[in-house]
Design a binder for this molecule. Sequence first.
Ligand code: DX5
Ligand code: ZN
Length: 231
Amino acid sequence: MSFDRSIKIAPSILSADFANFGAEIRAIEGQGADWVHVDVMDGHFVPNLTFGPPAVKAFRPHVKTFMDVHLMIAPVDPYIEAYAEAGADMIVAHWEAGPHPHRTLQAIKAQGVKCGISLNPGTPASVISELLDLVDMVLVMSVNPGFGGQKFIPSSVAKVRAVREMIGDREVHIQVDGGVDPTTVGPLVEAGADCFVAGSAVFKGGSVDAPEVYGANIRAIREAAEAAQRA
Ligand code: DX5
Ligand code: ZN
């Protein structure tokens, strides 16, 4: 079967109701989410604090699609096993999180989960040239990590194009994360990205009591992405 580079929308539960994660996860998956993006933050690598392994373990039974765990933590290696055991389907580490990203990716793969490397906006695509045979995904950050609802950084489009060039015919996804919405997703598709994290653009205006708003928001992003694919 050929590599699935079709459009995937991965809502970030950082923008969900923090008192209602189980219901929120079921709501977004019921409304068309392809993956569930879990933003782990340690208050050190990024200026915010979110989910430890026990929280991710609690999310796991509610996720029926694919749990994409974005580790914005440093150091990352001591925690890989715990997040894998918590049930992550994919663990994405930041290139900037430590001196040995190659070893970090090896450690994630050793846990039997998919692995990804993430680049902050200030980090050039070239730094991952020696990692592309190891990864299942490259995550291009289009905001500086730490919070939802930030403004999309336009230079991310050119970086996605550079990463797509480097990947060649390897079976590697390109994910973009931060400020993704129907107005920013098109150029990212044209540049070669296939997976889109969206927090505020998915959760805005909806709730577990009005999940159809999530569905409309997800469809709006997907339709804009698919229109760009057809262009
Ligand atoms: C930021 C997180 C993103 C964020 C996306 O550090 O990694 O996943 O939640 O939120 P929006 O889509 O609102 O920019
Ligand atoms: Zn994220």
